[in-house]
Design a protein around this ligand. Sequence first.
Ligand code: CAA
Length: 381
Amino acid sequence: MNLTFNDEERMVIELARDFAENELAPIAESIDQEKRVPIEALRKMQELGLLGLMIPEEYGGAGVRTSCYAQVIEELARVCAAVAIVLSVHNSVGAYPILRFGSEEQKQKYMPKLAGDWIGAFCLSEAASGSDASALELKAKRDGDDYVLDGSKLWVTNGSIANLYLVMAKTADVPDKPHRGISAFLVEKDTPGLIVGKLEDKMGLRGSDTAEIQFDGCRVPASALVSEEGVGFKIAMQALDNGRIGVGSQAVGIARGALEEAIKYAKERVAFGRPIAEHQAVQFKLADMETEISAARNLVRRAAWLKDSDQPHGKEAAMAKLYASEMAHRVVHQAVQIHGGAGYIKEYPVERYYRDQRITEIYEGTSEMQRIVIGRAVIAE
Ligand code: CAA
């Protein structure tokens, strides 16, 4: 496994780190408190080429390897996890499925836009189908040269800011294998019948929007179908294999940011006559935090490397996401503990990291679903 970055990749990672420190650090707290998506920062990321990171150069993107992209997400999440997830969803479950399964016409039409000023979103979950993704009910009915979509999606990251939605819909009832009746469609924001519904008021990641998207007689041409009818579930699963590398990186970034804050505080805070960083109880916590972060990052890099070398990586992506998100839970918990009472108030960033981390154990598949993916894979092996 090659874990080194070339000069160009190092430049991209440094660009992301500088951007995070100079542009995101000053607004990370206010966008969280105001529950505001920082459109101005996203536009700058588009100008810098950071948003279309994984889109190949031939379509106007940066075309970096997944390992580099994962490190970029870590750099952003270290400072602002809300912006990191915009980038992760846009690339992993927005653009990637089109690259992997779309027709050349769809790629020519959408990739340059997604590498430019468009943002992508992924619509899978519904009120009655979250973990059990194949139980979705949104219908797409063929009508002449069109399909007509009716139903509603929930938990759509980038829901209110996206220009293009990848929508999983039921085109056929297949009683004992419902997933084989699911198809994927590309729906542009301005399509009549696509309605951005309720915006969720979340515990964390408040600088990223999560919306309900309704489809009310939403008519799209047959050319909006990705691949063919019945392969939508497979497209969604492969998109999520990719997305879980992004969420794993996001969790590593959150944990790293929390560790850095804990170290800073431990050097400043004096108790029993010396900085608490000099107490072994605190040093042991910091040691465990650093060790776990490194272990999680290596799992993320391994999954990314497998994907870059065109090898199966579903199990490894699930392992990376599972371990990194639960590791981040432990690390932010200790970071707050090291801060004592200070960690419980909004003046210190660890309070935000604590809230932001929680969703990494839930979205793009809960920890329980990751264990199912990993468990089934090891048994099959
Ligand atoms: N790649 C390709 N195909 C896959 C696959 C993968 N990774 N995983 C499964 N499949 C295929 C199987 O081969 C099988 O195909 P056939 O039977 O047709 O040959 C089919 O899909 C069904 O597989 P399973 O029987 O394993 O499916 P299941 O119903 O038992 O579900 C599951 C498995 C892993 C639990 C899956 O439902 C799952 O991942 N659930 C979690 C969903 C999820 O992550 N949701 C998050 C939504 S997005 C979000 O969070 C918001 C956002 O905006 C970011």
